[in-house]
Design a binder for this molecule. Sequence first.
Ligand SMILES: Cc1ncc(COP(=O)(O)O)c(C=O)c1O
Length: 409
Amino acid sequence: MLHRGTDFTLFRFLARPLAAASASVRAVNVSPVLAAQATYPFVRIEQAKRAAAAKGVEIFDFGPGDPREPTDPLIRQALVDALAETRGYPKAEGLPELRAAIAGWLDRRFGASVDPDTEIVPTYGSKEAIFSFAQVVVDPVRGKDLVLVTEPGYPVPERGALFAGARVVHLPLREESGFLPDLDAIDEETLARTAILWLNYPNNPTATVAPLALFERAAELAAEHDFLLASDEAYTELWFNEPPPSALQVGDRSNVVVFNTLSKRSSMTGYRSGFVAGPRWVAEALRAYRPTVGTAPQEFVQRASVTAWDDEAHVARAREVYGRKRDVLLGALAALGWRVAGSEATMYLWVEAPAGEGSEELADSLLRHGIVVAPGAYLGPNGEGYVRIALVPTIEDCERAAAILRGLA
Ligand SMILES: Cc1ncc(COP(=O)(O)O)c(C=O)c1O
């Protein structure tokens, strides 16, 4: 059994909305959308982790999905080689060499033919592009005011939609449906008002892969009801058995927009480099919008990114390392008798909390032993009853953490 003291509750008190948590925020006119939001989940987890570390607990951080594997030396060298004496502002359209490298990768990996000049826009990682996408395409005047997001999920599409003044509709991901949304349960009025349907497969946090048929159905509905299927594909390269599909592989791509990134594939979170690939008009709209925001990646990062998209060997090595970490953790969880509900792809394990335990309660208990995990409830109400384990510590630390877990049996 896990030890449960009463003097060591680290997670719960951090969940209040900003307006309730901060008197100074209440006193000034911040955006009501911001004031209503609870602290960003991973900020809460970081706070809990620091509080535990301050009490002298040795930390094994399986919280945020921030890879700690070294970025391949080839990529780092390309960045250094690209550091010129002066570098002006990067342009929103990105370097032609980078767009060509991305198009080449999409063709090799998914057999998708995408025009590098008219259908690809490089982005500053994918988070900012996901966050701001609603600002580019939501149009309440035309009756397109809804953004559909899956839940539990990465919080950014929802938060971006709220800041853009859209209304958000949650599509629950439940285990009995294989953590896939039931698209055919969405009513006609909702479909008519939908501007964006967000899907994210391989899925954070449930570690599930979607069949191409889900993308096909979503793309079909998008074309029929005049909305965009926005497919967040941050984890397509972190798989264990078979490479997962992309929404770019559907028959009719006219309403499909794909977001991908080097962050997870190439352990390049700190570089900030991703892309959007979609219909000409979407790329054009992004090129019109993005110079105002100023989020084009620095030119030396773009040049390093060309090297990263052109090389698959370092990605295969990363997959092999994640596979070994996964085996170590799966072994320990099996010894504990805990059920892993999802571990098909991504860098996450989606683990069911033992009978009756809340996700935050379980995360708290594990933190007392130095093991940081994300409570599923932080990622949406349907995440209650699960915790997410990010396979980011080194293999040695995974082994040490696994030994601690086995000791809890
Ligand atoms: C589902 C999902 N999409 C997108 C991202 C954004 O990653 P980045 O901005 O580093 O490209 C993340 C990061 O954790 C993620 O989990």
